[in-house]
Write a new protein. Structure first.
Length: 245
């Protein structure tokens, strides 16, 4: 899990669930970076606490799922019983590990079956390069190639190559973005900046200071947890949704 010091953000005014998420996600961020502690996926940490069933789910957080049928930064049925909102940064090593190792399993097991919808939130926390990569991902999405850009940007060697202007264009080309001139315009547009800022403010408003962070039907999970953690959370959310239908 990767962390960064962020400017102070006003908490979202959506109720007590936000405070719970702030405690879980913020404390997980501290634990992962406290002195003499090396963060590791699957280690015993505050991130594991937020992944426990007793952490509960919160209606205020569940309502952050947008379920917008036209959202190019989402995959899965708009009426899927479970929505996983993912806050991530393209320079985050743990986000890359999740994208390569765990997310494809979730897609195959749950998204393709109509159980899960994944909604991406650009949450750049590592400065200008992260912001540029986030805008580039949004721009690729305007041509229906967000998830292809996502895969290219999280490839094993992508982070080491950086996210400078030429590299972002190369990633767009690799992702199959057809109109690179439009991509460049979209990348630098006010619309891209507004979209990224909206997602970023939502993440900070939840108290998230590390990536990746997740909400699964309103249940906070911090860090690139093992597949088993997500399996349990998705299946528990699906059971709850079925009981409520």
């Amino acid at each position: 899990m990767s962390s960064a010091t962020s400017p102070s953000r006003k908490p979202l005014a959506i109720g007590a669930g936000v405070l719970v998420a702030a405690v879980l996600l913020g404390f997980a961020s501290y634990t992962a970076t406290e002195p003499d502690r090396a963060p590791s996926v699957g280690s015993s940490s505050a991130a594991d606490v937020s992944a426990e069933p007793r952490a509960g789910t919160y209606p205020e957080l569940e309502r952050l799922a947008r379920r917008d049928a036209g959202d190019p930064l989402a995959m899965g049925r708009v009426d899927a019983p479970v929505v996983m909102v993912e806050y991530a940064d393209f320079q985050c090593g743990y986000c890359g590990k999740f994208a390569r190792d765990t997310e494809p399993q979730l897609v195959k097991k749950y998204v393709d079956a109509g159980v899960l919808r994944i909604e991406w939130r650009n949450f750049p926390i590592f400065g200008e390069a992260s912001e540029a990569a986030a805008r580039a991902a949004w721009a690729a999405g305007q041509q229906g190639r967000f998830w292809q850009f996502h895969a290219a940007a999280y490839a094993d060697d992508a982070k080491e190559k950086g996210f400078g202007p030429d590299r972002l264009t190369a990633l767009a080309r690799e992702a199959g973005v057809g109109d690179l001139d439009r991509f460049a315009r979209d990348l630098h547009s006010d619309a891209a900046r507004r979209a990224v800022t909206k997602d970023q403010e939502e993440g900070y408003g939840l108290g998230a200071t590390s990536t990746p962070s997740f909400l699964i039907n309103g249940r906070p999970i911090a860090g690139a947890q093992p597949m088993e953690t997500f399996t349990e959370a998705v299946e528990a959310a699906a059971r709850t949704a079925k009981q409520g239908s």
